[in-house]
Ligand binder design. Sequence first.
Ligand SMILES: NC(=O)c1ccc[n+]([C@@H]2O[C@H](COP(=O)([O-])OP(=O)(O)OC[C@H]3O[C@@H](n4cnc5c(N)ncnc54)[C@H](O)[C@@H]3O)[C@@H](O)[C@H]2O)c1
Length: 286
Amino acid sequence: MGIKDPEPGKFSGKALLKGKKCVVTGGALGIGAQICYTFAENEAEVVILDYNREAAENTKSFITAAIENSKVHFVQADVSDRAELKKSFDEVASIFEGSIDVFVNNVGIIQPCRIEDIISDEESKTFDRIIDVNIKGTYYCAAYAYPLLVKGVDPALILIGSCASVGSEGQGGYAGSKAAQRGLLGTLAKEWKATDDYQAVRVGLIEPDYLEKTAITVEKQYWLDLANARRTTVDKISDDTVARTKVPLKREARLTEISEVVMFYALSTYLNGEALSVSGGKTMRL
Ligand SMILES: NC(=O)c1ccc[n+]([C@@H]2O[C@H](COP(=O)([O-])OP(=O)(O)OC[C@H]3O[C@@H](n4cnc5c(N)ncnc54)[C@H](O)[C@@H]3O)[C@@H](O)[C@H]2O)c1
């Protein structure tokens, strides 16, 4: 387990985040691990906040071995557990001496969940877990991060959402949880404004779509099977053709194509309250 094939970014060696104190939830695997790698490559000090100790320790060792002088810490917490999260933020405050510059709320679980099934005993558990992790976890993290962010340098909170926020067949629970991030984004952009006493904390939402390689592969197979079950045998689709038919760029995103947009948003000091889809043009609104 742990980070798999992290990619060198286009901006590696540029030290764009030199000295920045950054926290990435769900930084042990997938997109989160790539964000940690990209941040460390750009000389940020990074805290991986995750519940998977083994994967997080592997990712931490991998990054520190691959990037000279990188500083990576691990703090363990399940983001859906408010009490546990409080302790983990105390730990973050102690590592970073009371402030955070960039907080990336990346944790999210993707599980199939059809609306008409969520009233069954079994599926209601899936639905509850999606709500607990994706909505409550995200909101709790924002609440705990604010007092530390407001003391940071050009502080920003970046949410990792999904293009599924506008609706996704068979993924009602997940889509709704990602739409809730849009509500949180707009609310925080208004509430975390500059006052006479406090600086503003900027917020952003990055919404990826198809990705080349993450731990979601199993779920992806589920969607392909579902789509294929409705088709004739001549017309079966493959993992590859899903992206090719729907995305103008005719390919899925590489992980750095997400992590570097996160870094770009963190660095763009006048971007605030915006949702950016990183979908290769699939979700363009023109
Ligand atoms: N993979 C995709 O195709 C895709 C597409 C669009 C958006 N996204 C979004 O990107 C984000 C990351 O997705 P990913 O594919 O990298 O996921 P992933 O499953 O590969 O990794 C998720 C990470 O979060 C951690 N985690 C999960 N639940 C947790 C909890 N309750 N508390 C603490 N840590 C927890 C895991 O240990 C893991 O390190 C999610 O918000 C997801 O919705 C993913």
